[in-house]
Ligand binder design. Sequence first.
Ligand code: PEP
Length: 249
Amino acid sequence: MKNSIVIANWKMYKTPSETISFIQELAPLVDKSSAEIFLAVPFTSIAAAYEAAKDTNILIGAQNMNDATEGAFTGEIAAVMLKEAGAEFVLLGHSERRTLFHETDPLINRKVKKALEDDLIPVLCVGESSKERDEGKTEEVLQRQLEADLSTVTEEEASKMIIAYEPIWAIGTGKTATPAMAAKAHGFIRKCLSKIFGKKIADKFPILYGGSVKPDNIASLMQEEEINGVLVGGASLQVKPFSDIIQSC
Ligand code: PEP
């Protein structure tokens, strides 16, 4: 497995000028970090973030995209537009997109394919709701999402992807999955990936954990061998907690 990966998901926070200040403050604090650092910023901040992060170890990406190349889709954004603005990766299938914006697995699958075609690293988010966990359906949900979202992805394409396990009940709630819970889910995800793409590719897949990651729980999560990094929402909005998380990865 490569270095650990830390991804910030800024959601609908930070203007371009706030983005520049953040990167200028963060970059010198993390320039020796062995973790790979990704910032998923709002669309309007991508170009500014790219410029500010140019000579740093920070990669810039987006939080969503359309699955079409171009067209009459008012308010949407294409992968090539993200790429030209400086994005190198894109979050896809985040639970807020699935629940608030009704994104389905077939649509997420088309977005994953399009991102790969246009040379963006897809970070595919999967995870169960608290009802599904309580009903013992966590593995069923993860398997269904993975099989559908990755159904047309080739083995060669798969080796460029990242998966984030994000239990919905842990996102923005302050309830983190225990390291053992997360590791069990990650082990299951890797088993599914192995069935889809074969063991060699599955073993190299970075699988990140996301859901209320904070400076005080990061060390115990990262002790689990199955956790290859983290996707961080709330705690990535301020420099100090985010750099503390990076230092622990
Ligand atoms: C997220 O939005 O992907 C996330 C993990 O958020 P938080 O860290 O705030 O739970």
